[in-house]
Design a protein around this ligand. Structure first.
Ligand code: NDP
Length: 439
């Protein structure tokens, strides 16, 4: 930690993984002899670059761009690109590190990576977004390719941004290939990719509940965020007979006791992006809590009473006080759509309480798994139906759950899916690294 004291999120993610690896490291001295941990925590390659662009007023703006290609033992680097003002080297490294284990856990042939820029897409014109994406790609194009590194979307990067980045890649590389996932359905995207992370996170909750003789139907659910993952988590919850009563953005939280109206949410977040306060114009019976009125030690979403919780916004959005409130209010299960949304202390509360807790690297892996299905369709020039992709997604989520559950039991901590997911993912990557030699 002394060499890079500022990388708090990265060290948080590494610490969480290393803590759970103790049992497997103790039983397998070869991992220490092969310096697997020392090699794994060091990215294979980190690219940091200037992203200059011209705004609508003719001013030159400069942002910082990143791509961390963390581990390619299992396949081409794979992981999203995030555009958000909070992006820095620590956040991209934490996300890239988590991605290694998540991707391994899917059982699919994909390595781990992450990228992004400290660019704020909010309030930018379409032309500004396009010029930014083109400038970002002017550097990144030389590092990526369908068998090298295949980026996707994340916070602030949806189909529009992927379109602009792909267009510039195609021009510079002179190649129309499957270098991105999350593409438009018009030119190589997969049906059900948009829905996959949210749907997968709900399937994961379903599998956790089934093992506890519980079902989703009829449950009240708390969801945070109102972006891609949150919207499709709410959609799948509704389809399965559960009721999501909250959603949020970085300005505040909506609580709607009769259930969040999905059409309204899609209208104000997908069709004509605006702040969540607009929800109340359509539903005056809903309640709005601004961030200024949040409890000092946490987040308004987690203070309502419900049986299930789905954090789907961003890292460290669920504090130890939030975790205690959820458990005290009778929450049965937490399934994480976002990456590392719960602080380490919050995770300890969930594990100690005995409620079902699905960590992000297992519960939100449906997105990257479906990205790999998109790569498979591109490589074989096929197009699968929505139902076919959704069925494969359900099988993958079930296998991820079983791998995490059975590994936790094998290592003497039944029910601890953090330990199970970390060990199962680690083992696959470590074995592949050993077979490939010291490179
Ligand atoms: P979107 O950009 O579509 O939505 C993000 C949501 O989170 C928005 O509601 C946003 O509100 C809110 N948010 C973002 N940053 C903050 C912040 N610092 N404080 C409070 N709220 C914030 O992103 P996604 O839905 O794609 O991603 C959400 C999470 O899921 C991330 O952790 C991402 O890494 C993870 N994930 C996404 C996958 C995918 O397939 N998209 C796959 C696996 C994980 P606002 O608009 O006000 O900023």
């Amino acid at each position: 930690q002394q060499s890079s004291p500022a990388q708090a999120e990265f060290y948080q993610a590494v610490e969480e993984v290393l803590e759970s690896l103790t049992p497997i490291l103790e039983h397998n001295p070869k991992y220490r002899q092969q310096a697997i941990i020392e090699r794994m925590v060091e990215p294979e390659r980190q690219i940091m670059f200037r992203v200059p662009w011209v705004d609508d007023q003719g001013n030159i703006q400069v942002n910082k761009g990143y791509r961390v290609e963390f581990n390619s033992a299992l396949g081409p680097y794979k992981g999203g690109i995030r555009f958000h003002p909070s992006v820095n080297a620590s956040i991209i490294k934490f996300l890239g590190f988590e991605q290694i284990f998540k991707n391994a856990l899917t059982g699919l042939p994909i390595g781990g990576a992450k990228g992004g820029a400290n660019f704020d897409p909010k309030g930018k014109s379409d032309g500004e977004i396009m010029r930014f994406c083109q400038s970002f790609m002017n550097e990144l194009y030389r590092h990526i390719g369908p068998t090298t590194d295949v980026p996707a979307g994340d916070i602030g990067v949806g189909a529009r941004e992927i379109g602009y980045m792909f267009g510039q890649y195609k021009k510079l590389a002179n190649s129309f290939d499957g270098v991105f996932t999350g593409k438009s359905l018009l030119w190589g995207g997969s049906l059900a990719r948009k829905e996959a992370t949210g749907y997968g996170c709900v399937y994961f909750a379903q599998y956790m509940l089934a093992d506890r003789q519980q079902q989703l139907a009829g449950k009240r659910c708390l969801v945070s965020g109102s972006g891609n993952v949150a919207i499709y988590t709410i959609e799948k919850l509704q389809q399965l007979g559960a009721t999501a009563v909250t959603c949020s953005d970085s300005s505040g939280t909506v609580y709607h006791a009769s259930g969040i109206n999905l059409d309204t949410l899609k209208q104000i977040k997908e069709a004509q992006p605006q702040r969540l306060t607009a929800y109340l114009k359509f539903h005056p019976d809903a309640e709005y809590i601004s961030t200024a009125d949040y409890p000092a030690d946490g987040h308004a979403v987690w203070r309502f009473k419900a049986e299930l919780a789905f954090p789907c916004a961003t890292q460290n959005e669920l504090t130890v006080a939030d975790a205690r409130a959820l458990v005290e209010n009778g929450c049965l299960a937490v399934s994480e759509g976002a990456n590392m949304p719960s602080t380490q202390e919050a995770v300890e509360v969930f594990l100690a309480s005995g409620i079902a807790y699905g960590p992000g690297k297992a519960a939100n892996a449906g997105g990257v798994a479906t990205s790999q299905l998109e790569m498979a369709q591109n490589a074989s020039m096929q197009r699968w139906s929505f139902e076919e992709v959704d069925t494969k997604l359900q099988v993958i989520m079930r296998n991820i759950y079983l791998r995490a559950r059975d590994t936790a039991a094998e290592f003497g901590q039944p029910g601890n899916l953090v330990l199970g997911a970390n060990i199962a993912g680690f083992k696959r990557v470590a074995e592949a690294m050993i077979e490939q030699g010291v490179v």
